[in-house]
Design a binder for this molecule. Structure first.
Ligand SMILES: Cc1cc2nc3c(=O)[nH]c(=O)nc-3n(C[C@H](O)[C@H](O)[C@H](O)COP(=O)(O)O)c2cc1C
Length: 161
């Protein structure tokens, strides 16, 4: 077996970040890239990887606590790896603020690539309150996908450099 070199570490509330993570995995090469869902994994052995790609999605302005805690807890190790960061969200005017708020400054400065890759509204996966919030805030009430394939391709390219 070949050694794992890259891990994509993520949290996803309704599956879109997971979908993006799989696209990144495919782009880098599935054989050498492991997917790690922070909702299903307790401890991650970072020593197995030289490259870590970390991502999550934004809900009410915030990235999942699991992703924020992972970054904080592992900061010293992360600063010694190649790091890529990505954010999934739908409120494009706020992307920069949301991204800066999601990842610590030290890590953002260290990352070799950082991308906001858009997102999706999947109404069948939302609960009543989520539907209400999305309709009220965005005016959208039907499924929509705004995943930015170009940004994903750029991230893959910059990781593969
Ligand atoms: C209740 C709710 C609140 C959201 N709030 C934001 C937000 O504040 N900013 C933003 O950019 N996107 C927001 N979004 C869009 C999500 O980031 C988008 O649906 C994303 O694709 C979810 O990815 P996930 O399925 O991996 O969690 C929100 C979505 C929902 C359902």
């Amino acid at each position: 077996m070949t050694a794992m070199k890259t891990a994509i570490i993520y949290a996803s509330s309704h599956g879109t970040t997971e979908k993006v993570a799989k696209q990144i995995q495919f782009g880098i090469g599935a054989d050498s890239t492991r997917l790690i869902n922070l909702k299903a994994t307790r401890a991650v052995d970072l020593s197995l990887f030289d490259t870590l790609i970390i991502g999550g999605s934004i809900h009410a302005g915030q990235m999942q606590g699991r992703v924020r805690n992972f970054c904080k807890k592992n900061m010293v190790d992360l600063l010694q790896k190649r790091v890529g960061l990505f954010m999934v969200g739908m409120n494009e005017p706020e992307f920069e603020n949301e991204f800066n708020n999601a990842f610590p400054e030290l890590l953002r400065n260290h990352a070799i690539t950082s991308k906001c890759v858009g997102g999706e509204f999947l109404f069948e996966k939302m609960n009543f309150l989520e539907k209400l919030i999305v309709k009220k805030v965005s005016g959208i009430s039907q499924n929509i996908s705004k995943i930015d394939e170009n940004k994903i391709a750029e991230l893959v390219k910059e990781i593969n450099l």
